[in-house]
Ligand binder design. Structure first.
Ligand code: FES
Length: 111
């Protein structure tokens, strides 16, 4: 049985192409919550989660970025969805091949 965190944020949606990528530069650590339920699961969110974890490992970012599985984030038809826990913003349509872009965007916002 997975220990999934409860989501209790005011959630809003944002796309990867948004100029306002939801990452305040003051953050020194980030937690990514990957929905692994319902439609997200059907759209290979487990693979997205796995790829995010691989990239974090490969780049030695374990102290900076944590990747966790979570339940439904409310944007099911646009999944796989990934929430930046610290901001409550949800990145939609994060297919496994987009995992690298997520990591790069986060790192660029962290300075
Ligand atoms: S099933 Fe993933 S957001 Fe609802």
């Amino acid at each position: 049985m997975l220990d999934l965190p409860k989501i209790c944020y005011t959630v809003s949606r944002i796309t990867m192409s948004s100029p306002d990528f939801p990452m305040p530069t003051a953050l020194s650590t980030v937690t990514l919550l990957v929905c692994t339920k319902g439609k997200c699961a059907k759209n290979r969110s487990e693979k997205t989660c796995q790829r995010l974890r691989e990239l974090v490992d490969e780049r030695g970012l374990d102290d900076v970025i944590e990747v966790k599985k979570c339940g439904c984030l409310g944007y099911c038809k646009d999944g796989p969805n990934v929430m930046i826990e610290e901001t409550g913003k949800v990145l939609t349509d994060i297919a496994p091949k987009k995992a690298g872009r997520v990591i790069e965007k986060i790192l660029s916002k962290m300075g």
